[in-house]
Ligand binder design. Structure first.
Ligand SMILES: Nc1ncnc2c1ncn2[C@@H]1O[C@H](COP(=O)(O)OP(=O)(O)OP(=O)(O)O)[C@@H](O)[C@H]1O
Ligand SMILES: [Mg+2]
Length: 345
């Protein structure tokens, strides 16, 4: 209107919402005489709840290496001097107890309370120097019940967890958050997909594991349609035989087909089959890289459960440790380039 002051409130609804993009879009609208322009960027749900630098490791099939990979990456990144938080969002609590050896966890109570009431998350501190853990365990099944009936009780599990986690990350200054997830617990998975910024999908080469990855992709796409900003970082082949080059190539082909259209390549790193080292790792609550440190290269080590010296089954944890190190490097590389791309978008 000529000569008059007009104020516009523009609400933009977009999946890949960034304020810069929204403002660019608004700039393209040829409106004269605008004195104030406020842009509300929102996903279809309204607000984006993802917590910065949070990697969810998930597959809807069990036994594909989710917990082992979370523990291995967490310990390596912490060893490199960064502050790391592991969230064990699995009622089995394997990552907490078996992989990282946390005995004084709360069986998932803190995580369940954060989901229900937005309560402060209480990590178990210094599980390794620089590494804290929000324990998993059977009390997490509470969370599933809460999420299922949340709308009846006016509870917003995503907002609650997002608020609690953001506050903890800000206070503690974590450089990285890694979430281990359960193969079932669909309701909890949907919440985690809204909290995470990145997704890593480990898979074995068998059809059931690849089916599990495909089922996960359905939930991932559903979450994105609802406004989640989680992005697939990659898929990683677990428990494979590095010498079976032709079979691995065929599995990679299947993984490529699964990823088609995402523009994401599977991780070059693979995690080899090594039952002996994985049995030692869980019994001694050490990651393969920790087992491979020089002082562990003795045949007899003390079992922390009963103080009796026990024989290590593994003769050489080094190659499996090297796989985890290579994967960790690749994850950190993709995280850095992904963050750059997001900033530029
Ligand atoms: N490199 C390896 N080779 C063979 N087995 C391994 C290897 N690494 C870990 N394992 C074992 O494989 C099993 C599955 O691994 P893990 O528990 O990490 O998978 P998961 O996806 O977290 O399983 P779940 O879905 O039950 O939580 C465990 O018994 C683990 O000790
Ligand atoms: Mg697990």
């Amino acid at each position: 209107m000529l000569g008059q002051k007009v104020s516009y409130q523009v609400d933009l609804v977009t999946f890949l919402a960034t304020e810069t993009r929204a403002k660019l879009a608004v700039g393209c609208m040829r409106i004269d005489q605008v004195t104030s322009l406020s842009v509300t960027v929102q996903g279809l749900r309204g607000v984006v709840h993802a917590v910065r630098r949070t990697i969810l490791v998930a597959n809807r099939k069990g036994g594909v290496g989710k917990s082992s990979i979370v523990a291995a990456i967490a310990v390596l990144v912490a060893k490199a001097g960064k502050r790391v938080l592991v969230i064990d969002a699995d009622p089995q609590g394997n990552c907490t107890q078996r992989d990282l050896g946390v005995r004084d966890g709360d069986n998932g109570k803190s995580l369940a309370m954060a989901i229900q009431y937005g309560q402060v998350l209480e990590p178990v501190r210094d599980v390794r120097p620089g590494l804290d853990v929000i324990a998993g365990g059977n009390l997490l099944s509470l969370a599933t019940t809460i999420i299922t009936s949340s709308s009846d009780h006016g509870i917003d599990p995503v907002a609650n967890l997002s608020t609690s986690l953001t506050s903890l990350v800000d206070t503690e200054g974590y450089d990285l958050v890694l979430i281990d997830s359960a193969p079932g617990e669909l309701q909890l998975l949907d919440v985690l997909l809204e909290i995470a910024t990145w997704l890593i999908v480990p898979t074995k080469e068998d059809e059931a594991s690849l089916d599990g990855a495909e089922k996960l992709a359905e939930r991932y796409l559903r979450a994105r349609k609802l406004g989640a900003i989680v992005e697939l970082m990659g898929m990683v082949l677990f428990d494979c035989d590095p010498r079976a080059t032709r079979r691995n190539a065929s599995t990679f082909q299947t993984v490529h087909e699964l990823l088609e259209g995402t523009g994401i390549a599977p991780f070059k790193s693979t995690i080899r089959h090594d039952k002996a080292t994985s049995v030692d790792a869980r019994r001694l609550h050490l990651t393969p890289a920790e087992l491979a440190t020089p002082q562990r290269k003795v045949e007899e080590v003390s079992d922390e459960d009963n103080d009796e010296p026990k024989k290590m089954w593994s003769r050489n944890p080094g190659p499996l440790a090297a796989d985890h190190k290579q994967l960790t490097r690749e994850v950190i590389g993709r995280l850095a380039s992904g963050e750059r791309a997001k900033e530029e978008a």
